[in-house]
Ligand binder design. Structure first.
Ligand code: PHB
Length: 399
């Protein structure tokens, strides 16, 4: 089998890329290692920037998002027993974000692709990509070798795009001497829960406390999504439902309203998520491109991971359309540099949000005071608040 763009990975970036290429009249094949149910249930982040919503709508995947997604005009910061709301539209000239879970985005894109897109194969495991060289000549076309329905298959491609996440195979196709990795790990993780409990707060709440960070998010009017900072290596089984709710209430406590409590309900899922920052450069080698988590990871505190993956895919889809329309590889050649500028901005913002809001176990009282001073600065300076709001709602997409 031959295709123009072989896409490894059927998460949000691979599926959206296939959709954008389909709409531009470019054929592709998506190979996803897991089965459909797994891909559609994987719990991930839930915040979409305006630009992400716009591209999903333009791609024809906005119908349910417009019905069920929840627009948000700010976030609440809690620290030192106080609360401060950051008003996004007022600080950014009208920009906002949407709460709509990544799993829902994936379901919508899978349905579209299966209805009228190119091939999307689940349980298709890629073993190797052969013929990957620094050269861009037509005779150096890469070949993907994979197993599907118990049979060995090959897919020859004009281009291969790795949308296969941090643990995927594609990044390894860039030779050691070509690839540079930048990385940081953090001395804490998140315990994330889903609960059948109405979110009693209007905005997402990001809480700094000496007990550790906490975040209150939501999935619907009756389902809360909540996170607690926990030590690395924590076993979720050590956290009973009662202990989780008590700890959340303690971290969100307000001096001015000591009665403030979350609404409790049945905890339906519980998992520990590691925190990591990672960038692989360059994001392109010959005819192989990396997009989304295959090239970069951010800790979830800035809600940037999915949005960054979508931004990569928009740049890449435009570059392939440009090649088709003009015969020029100019935009493909610029892909890595174009994306990395935005990637590093999001890396910095995610690092900033993470290190400003979490309690590092090694942190001195001096450093805690610095964090509180920074949060106070955001609460009292429009400039400082606008810096947060611009980054959170998403910087303009590269042209
Ligand atoms: C979520 O709703 O899962 C969520 C929201 C904001 C974040 C991270 C996760 O910063």
């Amino acid at each position: 089998m031959h295709t123009t763009v072989g896409i490894i990975g059927g998460g949000p970036s691979g599926l959206l890329l296939a959709r954008l290429l389909h709409n531009a009249g470019i054929d592709s094949v998506v190979l996803e290692r897991r089965d459909r149910a797994y891909v559609e249930q994987r719990q991930r982040a839930g915040i979409l920037e305006q630009a992400t919503v716009d591209v999903l709508r333009a791609a024809g995947a906005g119908e349910r998002l417009d019905r069920e997604g929840m627009p948000h005009d700010g976030i609440e910061l809690r620290y030192g027993g106080r609360a401060h709301r950051v008003d996004f539209p007022a600080l950014t000239g009208g920009r906002r974000v949407w709460v709509y879970a990544q799993t829902e985005v994936v379901k919508d894109l899978v349905a579209l692709q299966l209805a009228d897109g190119g091939p999307l194969y689940f349980e298709a495991e890629v073993h190797a990509v052969e013929g990957v060289t620094a050269s861009d000549r037509a005779e150096d076309r890469p070949v993907i070798r994979y197993t599907h329905e118990g049979r060995e298959k090959t897919l020859t491609c004009d281009y291969v795009v790795g949308c296969d996440g941090f643990h995927g195979v594609t990044r390894g196709m860039l030779p050691e001497g070509v690839r540079t990795t930048y990385e940081r790990t953090y001395p804490y993780s998140w315990l994330g829960i889903l609960a059948d409990a109405p979110p009693v707060y209007d905005e997402l709440i990001y809480a700094h406390s000496e007990r550790g960070f906490a975040l209150a998010s939501m999935r619907s009017e009756s389902v809360s999504r909540l996170y607690l900072q926990v030590p690395n290596g924590t076993d979720p089984a050590d956290w009973s439902d009662g202990r989780i709710w008590d700890e959340l209430d303690a971290r969100f406590a307000l001096d001015a309203n000591p009665e403030w409590r979350l609404k409790r309900g049945t905890v339906t899922s519980k998992a520990v998520l590691p925190m990591r920052s990672h960038v692989t450069e360059p994001m392109r080698y010959g005819r192989v491109f990396l997009a989304g988590d295959a090239a970069h990871i951010v800790p979830p505190t800035g809600a940037k991971g999915l949005n960054l993956a979508v931004a990569d895919v928009i740049v890449l889809a435009r570059a392939f359309a440009h090649l088709k329309d003009t015969g020029s590889t100019g935009l493909l050649d610029a892909y890595s540099d174009t994306c990395l500028r935005r990637v590093w901005r999001a890396e910095h913002f995610s690092y900033f949000m993470t290190t400003t809001l979490h309690a590092d176990p090694e942190q001195s009282p001096f450093e805690t005071r610095l964090q509180l001073s920074q949060l106070d600065r955001i609460a009292t300076s429009e400039h400082a608040a606008a810096e947060l709001a611009e980054n959170y709602t998403g910087l303009p997409l590269a042209q």
